[in-house]
Design a protein around this ligand. Structure first.
Ligand SMILES: Cc1cc2nc3c(=O)[nH]c(=O)nc-3n(C[C@H](O)[C@H](O)[C@H](O)COP(=O)(O)OP(=O)(O)OC[C@H]3O[C@@H](n4cnc5c(N)ncnc54)[C@H](O)[C@@H]3O)c2cc1C
Length: 561
């Protein structure tokens, strides 16, 4: 966005040049000086500024102009930029008209022509007016703007994608904002009900896909190299750790992420048990640090792309992406984690994204300000989210199937929940129904034993139950357990045989190596993994050690890339 504008309007070219010169000389550093030879021309310029979400600080208009007088122009300009200061240039003969205009048209000042010397007769007045204007001026937000309906699942997806990719944005709720904001006007006019995203360059898209957003905000969505030593799928803690260790040890690494770096950990409001951070750190902070570290060592990140299939063309491994492109490499690390299971209760699916959310959905916390919220789950993620929401909501209802909170949740979280007067823990309970037509209005849950029901009016139901890996894309190639977790190392043993069927190398699979040599797995997606940040980080870094050994093997066989 440009500097605020000062707009000078005069039909006399000589006077116009003089105003422009004097304005530029004194205020050119902080303001843009624009000129027009008539009121009509000036209004066009002013309209364009408004369209671009730019602003005007001051109008200086001559009273005597053919077509539109200075006062008429300033009255019209006032409707477009109400807070801009308005000054009229007058000849001595027009003084009365100017004084009247101060009262009737809200003109801030009139200046007599000629104004020489400007240091005495022009600048003191204008500087005063501009200082006044500055006091009320809030610079327009320069980043991405998102305008839409609060209950639109698409709006939620877009906000979540921007937030989790650490891209600052400004949210405009169409139902709540009654300002004359250009962004909102565009959204309503183009297609009511849809979410509009306005980018920093002024361009806009209606309900863009994640990859369209990624391309517009400068995230890389395609590979830079024709071949990699290591392709890492997923950038949760496991993938990021592999990126740091792999790249720092000289491997040509690329990391693929379909949503946002940080994975599950990135959605955490506060991770308190990660080594070296005694007062905890937010998932966003951990992600930003780890990503910077990996990229500093030269690891590439491809955003908003999903790995769709894995092909083996010995000695090469090929990862096929959602845009149809392929990444060729020697080795692959799968670190795709897990995500929450769906809750099966009437109304839940229909209202998903419209008040019902899986995971912490921290972007929605503001919308719950001062209201009750309902959370389902008893793990650490539910506990952290409950503590986070209690800062915003008036009441937090935690619905837990089991008979004790401490069975799965760390004691420090249990203690905090039990000592927070805003928390209401409902043990032995389950969600019975989510109510609402367009968006969530209330949730009913019931005591499993007694059947007694309770209905809470709420704008937010946040679900943290179970966790499933999404590994169908490797189904044809890798061995998985019956829940979809990927088998590796010694868990591939079949009876007496320590090597899986079809295994070619003259050695057992390495620790973390899958049934395909050179394809490794780390973190939550691995069968029998410990679901912790530190465990994923440890596995991501250990995998790199075995990847070196594998690459040594491949290169020892004389394969070049
Ligand atoms: C809210 C919350 C709070 C938590 N708090 C703690 C805590 O305090 N302490 C702790 O130790 N643990 C905590 N955990 C658990 C911890 O975050 C996980 O164990 C850890 O993030 C697992 O890391 P990961 O790298 O294996 O996978 P994930 O973090 O799940 O990351 C996997 C990534 O892979 C991406 N992906 C998946 N499939 C594909 C594909 N096909 N193509 C491209 N990308 C793909 C996903 O989008 C995701 O970004 C928490 C979890 C949650 C949800």
């Amino acid at each position: 966005m440009g500097k605020p504008a000062l707009v000078a309007v005069d039909d006399d070219p000589q006077v116009l040049r003089a105003v422009e010169r004097d304005l530029r000389q004194k205020y050119g550093k902080d303001y843009r000086v624009l000129r027009a030879e008539s009121g009509e021309e000036a209004l066009k310029t002013v309209d364009q500024l408004k369209q671009r979400d730019e602003t005007v600080a001051l109008f200086v208009a001559d009273q005597r102009m053919p077509g539109m007088t200075g006062v008429e122009f300033l009255e019209k300009a006032r409707t477009i930029f109400p807070s801009a200061k308005r000054t009229l240039l007058t000849a001595y003969a027009d003084t009365d008209a100017a004084i009247n205009a101060i009262n009737t048209a809200g003109i801030d000042y009139y200046l007599m022509k000629p104004w020489d010397p400007p240091d005495e007769r022009l600048y003191p007045v204008l500087t005063d007016l501009l200082q006044d204007w500055q006091e009320d001026y809030k610079p327009t937000f320069e980043g991405v703007k998102v305008a839409g309906h609060r209950w639109s699942p698409e709006a939620h997806r877009i906000k979540d994608f921007l937030a989790r990719n650490l891209i600052p944005y400004q949210w405009h709720d169409i139902e709540e904002e009654h300002t004359s904001c250009v962004v909102l006007e565009k959204a309503e006019a183009e297609r009511p009900g849809q979410t509009l995203v306005v980018f920093q360059d002024g361009s806009h898209l209606l309900e863009p896909t994640n990859s369209q957003i990624a391309a517009k905000v400068g995230l890389r969505t395609t590979a830079q190299k024709p071949f990699y030593d290591l392709v890492i799928v997923g950038t949760g803690p496991g993938g990021l750790a592999a990126g740091v260790y792999g790249a720092s040890e000289g491997l040509r690494c690329v990391m693929i992420e379909r949503e946002a770096p940080g994975g599950q950990a990135g959605t955490s409001s506060r991770i308190e048990n990660y080594l070296g951070f005694p007062s905890g750190l937010s998932g966003a902070d951990l992600t930003r640090r780890a990503l910077t570290q990996a990229q500093r060592f030269g690891a590439e990140l491809i955003s908003a792309q999903e790995a769709k299939s894995l092909k083996v063309e010995d000695p090469y491994r090929i990862v096929c992406l959602s845009d149809g492109s392929e990444l060729r490499c020697h080795s692959v690390l799968i670190a795709t984690g897990v995500w929450y299971s769906r809750l099966d209760a009437p109304g839940v699916e229909k209202l998903s994204g419209r008040g019902v959310f899986y995971g912490a959905a921290m972007t929605e916390a503001k919308g719950c300000e001062g209201k009750s919220v309902v959370l389902v789950g008893a793990g650490n993620s539910a506990g952290q989210a409950a503590i986070y929401f209690s800062k915003h909501a008036c009441d937090v209802h935690l619905v837990v199937r089991g008979s004790s909170l401490g069975a799965k949740m760390s004691q420090y979280l249990v203690d905090r929940i039990e000592n927070d007067p805003k928390m209401h823990v409902h043990l032995n309970s389950q969600i019975v129904e989510a109510h609402g037509d367009q968006y969530l209005e209330a949730v009913t849950f019931a005591d499993i034993k007694s059947g007694e029901k309770m209905k809470i009016e709420t704008p937010g139901l946040f679900i943290f139950i179970g966790a499933t890996p999404q590994t169908d894309w490797v189904d044809a190639v890798l061995k998985r357990d019956n829940k979809g977790f990927i088998l590796s190392g010694s868990s591939l043993a079949e009876g007496e045989n320590r090597r899986p069927k079809g295994w070619k190398p003259d050695r057992d699979p390495f620790l973390l190596e899958t049934c395909v040599p050179g394809v490794f797995v780390a973190g939550d997606v691995r069968c029998t993994s410990v679901k912790r940040v530190a465990a994923a980080v440890g596995e991501g870094s250990i995998a790199v050690q075995f990847i070196h050994e594998y690459l040594h093997e491949v290169r020892g066989a004389g394969v070049e890339s």
